[in-house]
Ligand binder design. Structure first.
Ligand SMILES: NC(=O)c1ccc[n+]([C@@H]2O[C@H](COP(=O)([O-])OP(=O)(O)OC[C@H]3O[C@@H](n4cnc5c(N)ncnc54)[C@H](O)[C@@H]3O)[C@@H](O)[C@H]2O)c1
Length: 309
C-alpha cells in the first residue's frame, strides 16, 4: 500500500515509517520540520517538506497514495495553555485542511493519532473505548477531541475509512520534546546527566507506558480496515513514575536525586488502558516490557548525549 505519514520526521512518526517500510509498504513522509528532524526519516522513505497549512502542496503530495497516517501536530500541553489559538490552528484547522486535500486527491483512508487525554479524568479504570469523552483541562486535549469529531463528519458525509488510535504514554528513542515534558526522557536524561529529577506528586501518579516500536506496529493492521474504528493503545499496566525512577536508577547504577515539585493542579492521578479491543480485533499485543524498553531508551540517550558508562 502507498501510505503518506504526516509528521513522519517526529518521534512516533519516524518509528511508524520504519515499521511500514519493514512491512513492505511504500512510504512518503510529509513534515514541515517545525519540530521533526530530516535525519529521523528512514532511508527508503520519500520525503516532502511541506506544511499542512498549504493545502495545494498537501494535495499534490497525496496524489497516488492509498492511505494517510496523520501524526503531525503540536503537543506540549503547557504551550497549548499559553497559545491556544496556535494549537487550534495547527492541530484542528490543519487537520481539516488535510481531510479536504485528501478528498480532492481521492484518498479516503486515515489513521489518526489521538490520545488518552480525550477521556478527561477517568471515572473508572482501565479506560475503555466505550467510556465517554471527558471535559478537557487544556487546549491540546481539546484539539484531539475536535479532530476525532471531524473524522466522524468525513465518515458520515464522504464515507472515509477512519481509525482513531488513542495513545497512552509512548516512550523510547527519538523523542523530541525540548524541554522534556514527559516522564521517561526527563528521568533518563536527568539520571545520565546526574541532575536532580523534577517530580510531581512524589512520583505516585499511575501511567501506562507503551514502547514506541510496539505503538508503531499498531498502525499497520488498521490500514486493511474499512469503516470507523477507535482503539486504545497501551499495555494495560499502570506504573508509578517512582517505579520508573527506581528502574532507571538500577539500570544506570546511579542514585537519583529528586527535585520535589509538589502537586500540579489539573493532573490526572491515574490512567491506564484496556487495549483488549485492539488485541481481539487486530491481534496486536505489546512485545517490549518496561524494563527492556527503558534499557533501549537509556542506550539511545547515552548515544545521543555522548555519555558513556
Ligand atoms: N508523544 C506522546 O506522548 C503522544 C501521546 C499521545 C498522542 N500523541 C500524538 O502523536 C502524534 C505524534 O507525536 P510525537 O510525539 O511524535 O510528536 P513530534 O513533535 O515528535 O512529531 C510531530 C511532527 O509533526 C510535524 N508537524 C507539526 N505541525 C506540522 C504541520 N503543520 N505540517 C507538517 N508537519 C507538522 C513536526 O515537525 C513533527 O515532526 C501527535 O499527533 C501527538 O499529539 C503523542
Amino acid at each position: 500500500m502507498r501510505v503518506l505519514v504526516t509528521g513522519g520526521a517526529g518521534f512516533i512518526g519516524s518509528h511508524v515509517s520504519r515499521t511500514l517500510l519493514a512491512e513492505g509498504h511504500d512510504v512518503t513522509v510529509l513534515d514541515n520540520l517545525s519540530r521533526g528532524r530530516r535525519d529521523l526519516v528512514p532511508e527508503g522513505v520519500a520525503f516532502v517538506e511541506a506544511d499542512l497549512a498549504n493545502e495545494a502542496a498537501t494535495e499534490q503530495a497525496l496524489r497516488g497514495h492509498d492511505a494517510v497516517i496523520h501524526l503531525a501536530s503540536f503537543l506540549e500541553v503547557a504551550v497549548s495553555v499559553a497559545q491556544p489559538v496556535l494549537f487550534a490552528e495547527n492541530n484542528i484547522v490543519n487537520s481539516v485542511r488535510l481531510l479536504e486535500a485528501m478528498r480532492r486527491a481521492g484518498v479516503g483512508k486515515i489513521v489518526f493519532s489521538s490520545s488518552a487525554t480525550v477521556y478527561g479524568v477517568p471515572k473508572s479504570l482501565p479506560l475503555r473505548e466505550s467510556d465517554p469523552l471527558g471535559m478537557q483541562a487544556n487546549p491540546y486535549g481539546a484539539t484531539k477531541v475536535a479532530v476525532e469529531t471531524f473524522l466522524g463528519v468525513y465518515r458520515t458525509r464522504y464515507d472515509f475509512d477512519c481509525t482513531i488510535m488513542r495513545y497512552f504514554n509512548p516512550y523510547g528513542p527519538n523523542e523530541l520534546c525540548e524541554p522534556e515534558s514527559h516522564a521517561v526522557p526527563n528521568i533518563v536524561r536527568g539520571m545520565l546527566e546526574k541532575r536532580p529529577i523534577p517530580v510531581y506528586w512524589q512520583g505516585q501518579q499511575l501511567r501506562d507506558y507503551v514502547y514506541v516500536e510496539d505503538l508503531a506496529r499498531a498502525h499497520i493492521a488498521p490500514l486493511e480496515q474499512s469503516g470507523f474504528h477507535v482503539y486504545n493503545v497501551g499495555t494495560d499496566i499502570g506504573t508509578k513514575v517512582a517505579d520508573i525512577i527506581e528502574t532507571v536508577s538500577r539500570i544506570v547504577g546511579y542514585d537519583a536525586q529528586i527535585d520535589d515539585l509538589g502537586e500540579r493542579p489539573g493532573d490526572v492521578e491515574a490512567s491506564y488502558a484496556s487495549s483488549e479491543k485492539l488485541r481481539m480485533e487486530l491481534g496486536w499485543a505489546p512485545q517490549v516490557d518496561l524494563e527492556e524498553g527503558l534499557r533501549r531508551t537509556i542506550a539511545h540517550y547515552r548515544e545521543r548525549l555522548g555519555i558513556r558508562e
